[in-house]
Each structure stands twice: as structure tokens, then as C-alpha cells.
Design a protein around this ligand. Structure first.
Ligand SMILES: Nc1nc2c(c(=O)[nH]1)N[C@H]1C(S)=C(S)[C@@H](COP(=O)(O)O)O[C@H]1N2
Ligand SMILES: [Mo]
Length: 238
């Protein structure tokens, strides 16, 4: 899994796959070459398919004891911490769209009444750091069932209050450790870590764990993501 997710452009250019012949043929810069770009994108999508095939719906990410929790957690986003959105609990609504039977928006109060589960897991950022933290909230599967989502749809997409967005495959959405997290370290989710709700997915890299989630969609149309659309591998299991 890990080595497959590293099958990115650099590995492809340097490693076993040789585009040497092609570059001789065209005599131009490979990275700017349209057809080559397309080949690399298609390889990334092929890589998504292999990863999802290797992903077992029931295989669990490692969990840790309370004593392993990192006391100082790390913040990350595409902007500095002070600029993290400040969502008003009174007006907050989680909007639903796509293949969902009941699209009534959710207030925080109603979200807090859902069944809750806790996890102590490792958050792994693609930038090369990781931290162990504790999150609690409602398993996404329970929520999707509650709103009568089409569980045979391909994707669940998320939109965040800061303009960030990402999406996951349905098996990952239904995975027992994928939760809508409302607390961090047994406290209400702090603003910088995604108040009032983040999607915690310990089987995915950090960038596929959206914070400040304000909208959720169930769809068969590939929703992409903020970093994914720059070329980060979409599946990105951890
Ligand atoms: N809304 C939103 N969610 C986001 C991001 C972001 O910029 N905005 N960054 C992602 C990345 S790259 C990481 S590593 C984690 C960081 O989460 P943390 O601040 O809880 O450590 O959030 C992810 N989710
Ligand atoms: Mo990240």
C-alpha cells in the first residue's frame, strides 16, 4: 500500500518506468508534454483502482493506548492557524446533497445526539510528520444510514468552510474507523482542528481528513479535492 502510494510522478520519471524512448522521439520536455501528462494521470487513476482493490473494508488502522497520545498536536492547513475559520455554533448547518433520501440540514445539537465512538489513532501528513491523537464522534456509516444515503454510490464528497474540499470512496466512508469527529482530546473540537466537525479517517493520509466540514454529498461523479486536483494521489491510503 505504502509503496504503491509513492508511485507518483517523480518515481515514475526516475524509476523502473522509462520514458526515455518517448523523449528521444519527441525531443521535448517530458513534464510539459500533454500526452505524457495524460499517461501519468491515467497511471495515478490506475493506481487508485489497485489501492482500492487492496483496501480491505474491515482492516483496521492501528490504535494506541492513552499513554501514546502526543501532548502537543500539530496544526496544518493551506494557511496559518490564526486564519482558521470561526464557525458560529448557532447558525452552523451541515448541508446534504446528492443521493441522500433526507436532505434536511443538520444543526450541531442534532449531530451531538448521534451515537458516538472514540479512537486513538495516528494522523499521517504527506509532508512527512505524524501525531497520535484522540478523536470522538459519530461513525460516518451510521450517519449515512440515518440520512438514507445511497450506499452503492461511488463517492462521498466534503466541502469545508475555508474553501477546502476532498472526497473518498464509499468503502472508506463505511469503514468502522471513519468518523465525524466532534471532540479532540476529550474536549470540543478546537477551532484550528476543525470546529465543529472534521472527518477523521485513520486509513487515509491527513489531507483526506477535512476540517470545518459544512457540506456532504453522495455521488457517482468524481468530486476530486483541493490537493488531489493539483496531482496528489486521490486514494492516498496510509
Ligand atoms: N478544511 C481543511 N481541512 C484540511 C486541511 C485544510 O487546509 N483545510 N488540510 C489537511 C491537511 S494537509 C492536514 S495534514 C490536516 C491537518 O489537520 P490538523 O490541523 O488537525 O493536524 O488537515 C487536513 N484537512
Ligand atoms: Mo497534510
Amino acid at each position: 500500500m505504502r509503496f504503491l502510494s509513492k508511485l507518483d510522478r517523480r518515481t515514475v520519471m526516475r524509476g523502473g518506468f522509462s520514458f526515455g524512448a518517448l523523449s528521444l522521439l519527441t525531443g521535448c520536455d517530458l513534464t510539459d508534454n500533454e500526452p505524457v501528462q495524460r499517461v501519468l494521470w491515467n497511471m495515478s487513476f490506475w493506481n487508485d483502482r489497485v489501492q482500492s482493490w487492496l483496501f480491505s473494508a474491515n482492516r483496521l488502522a492501528p490504535t494506541y493506548p492513552e499513554s501514546a497520545v502526543d501532548r502537543v498536536f500539530r496544526y496544518n492547513a493551506f494557511y496559518p492557524e490564526e486564519q482558521a475559520p470561526r464557525l458560529d455554533p448557532a447558525s452552523y448547518r451541515l448541508e446534504l446533497s446528492g443521493s441522500v433520501g433526507n436532505k434536511r440540514p443538520w444543526t450541531i445539537e442534532r449531530l451531538y445526539q448521534l451515537p458516538q465512538a472514540s479512537q486513538i489513532t495516528r494522523h499521517v501528513c504527506v509532508e512527512g510528520w505524524s501525531r497520535i491523537g484522540k478523536w470522538s464522534g459519530c461513525p460516518l456509516r451510521i450517519f449515512l444510514e440515518r440520512v438514507e444515503a445511497d450506499l452503492t454510490a461511488k463517492y462521498v464528497g466534503f466541502i469545508c468552510a475555508d474553501g477546502y474540499y476532498t472526497s473518498i470512496d464509499m468503502p472508506t466512508a463505511l469503514h468502522p474507523q471513519t468518523i465525524m469527529a466532534f471532540t479532540f482530546a476529550d474536549q470540543v473540537l478546537p477551532r484550528k482542528f476543525g470546529y465543529p466537525m472534521k472527518i477523521r479517517i485513520p486509513t487515509k493520509l491527513g489531507f483526506k481528513n477535512p476540517k470545518f466540514v459544512v457540506a456532504l454529498s453522495v455521488t457517482n461523479n468524481y468530486p476530486g479535492g483541493f490537493w488531489e486536483d493539483y496531482g496528489y494521489n486521490w486514494f492516498s491510503g496510509s
